[in-house]
Write a protein that binds this ligand. Structure first.
Ligand SMILES: [Zn+2]
Length: 256
């Protein structure tokens, strides 16, 4: 059984056929999914999506992505705090972080929004789903300063040096379809070296489709390709990768 720790299948526009895609995922053994929110509204939609499917092993997160950093207000933080307390399906905060590549929001505002969500997660003792693009030094400094212990570097694409620093701090590195791309030997090196207990897999669907489906819309069933790539790197079977990463996810998100 596979756990896709970063899925956006609640995006109604991208996934009009979502029920078919859930069936395909289950047929591929991808039974567990963390549905990740990116804006205030989107986070609430992720929660509604999960609550509408109580029989599934689906959970959700609440977060303000750096692209939307200006959305985070005191009222939003208060709502997030209340929902973490009230809703058992909410298992983490994020996605949150810094994105200096797209650079949609001023850096100081991105940093403030990131820090405030990290502080709330630390207070509530829930994991954080972190997005970092072209902002590793600032992101690692802020993470270290706030001192969260339950951290997921979603779609890890940092250097091996940053990877080692993440593992030294006990952060989880989550590998996406990007690890399967032919030119990304540096990521396969990290996938081979990662401590087993800090390893996770994800799709980030509809984005970042793995080989051999690259060019198509991504979907949870394709996380199996990322697992196969990790299995090759580590000399394990795909099933062993499925078990290791699912165990890690259930433990980290406090799901039983
Ligand atoms: Zn995402």
């Amino acid at each position: 059984m596979f756990t896709d720790t970063h899925s956006h299948i609640h995006f109604a526009k991208e996934f009009p056929d979502v029920e078919d895609l859930i069936v395909r995922a289950e047929e591929a053994g991808v039974t567990n999914q963390i549905i990740v929110g990116c804006t205030v509204k989107d986070s609430l939609q992720a929660l509604e999506f999960v609550k509408a499917r109580p029989g599934k092993w689906f959970w959700s997160t609440l977060g303000v992505h750096p692209h939307n950093a200006d959305q985070l207000t005191d009222a939003v933080l208060a709502d997030f705090e209340r929902l973490v307390g009230e809703e058992e399906k909410v298992v983490a905060l994020g996605e949150m972080g810094l994105d200096y590549f797209r650079d949609f929001q001023p850096h100081d505002l991105q940093q403030e929004t990131f820090r405030r969500q990290l502080e709330l997660a630390k207070k509530l003792n829930v994991p954080v789903v972190v997005h970092i693009r072209d902002a590793w030094d600032d992101a690692m400094r802020i993470l270290g300063a706030v001192g969260n212990s339950k951290v997921i570097l979603h779609c890890f694409t940092g250097t091996i040096e940053y990877a080692r620093e993440c593992w030294r701090r006990g952060y989880h590195t989550s590998f996406s379809g990007v690890v399967t791309y032919p030119k990304n030997d540096y990521l396969r090196e990290a996938a081979a070296e990662a401590p087993a207990e800090l390893l996770l897999i994800e799709t980030d669907c509809p984005y970042l489709t793995p080989q051999p489906y690259r060019g198509q819309r991504n979907e949870p069933a394709f996380v199996v390709e990322t697992a196969k790539c990790l299995a090759d790197q580590r000399g394990l079977t795909t099933e062993e990768i499925a078990n290791i990463t699912t165990e890690n996810a259930l433990k980290l998100f406090g799901i039983s």
